[in-house]
Design a binder for this molecule. Sequence first.
Ligand code: CTP
Ligand code: MG
Length: 172
Amino acid sequence: METFLMGFGYIFPAYVANATPVVAVKLLGKAHPIDNRLYLPDGRRLLGDGKTIEGLIAGIAIGTLTGTLINVFIFQLFRTFYEILTIATGAMAGDILGAFIKRRLGLPQGHPAPMLDQLGFLIASLLLTHILFTLPQWLDIFTIILLLVLTFAMHVGTNLFAYSVGLKDRWY
Ligand code: CTP
Ligand code: MG
């Protein structure tokens, strides 16, 4: 149980990074697509309008801030600032890679891609952090799997909430 709570704290900055752009773009009103509206030869956008520079920066910044606050005020889970930065950045990179894959599969922006939408950002975040810094010893594979399963369920719940308060146009 202790390990599970620590694991949850460890991946929390990735959740925050992933959720921040929706709110940030809503507050800003307009934002610039990362792909600069580029179309690839397959007739689809490189990424689409759902991945913006403002959303990316806000996600990394707020995600990293969240991890820093967890480390200072709640529990020291992260070894360095760069580890936190990587968790947040990895989440955003995974989300962008997910959009790239969805466009190549011909799925329009906002179209649901089960598993990829809910877990892509988290798997990318953990993978990048593991490659660069090696995940902490205490974060074992069973805890990671449990966190992934719960994240999937939570993500669906969060989207339902965002839809009900008008932050998203679709419930999924
Ligand atoms: N968003 C953003 N910049 C990002 C990520 C997200 O501006 N780097 C904003 C966009 O307004 C986006 C919303 O957050 O529409 C929801 O994000 P997400 O569900 O990841 O994007 P989708 O709109 O579903 O687009 P895609 O199909 O490409 O994933
Ligand atoms: Mg989406």
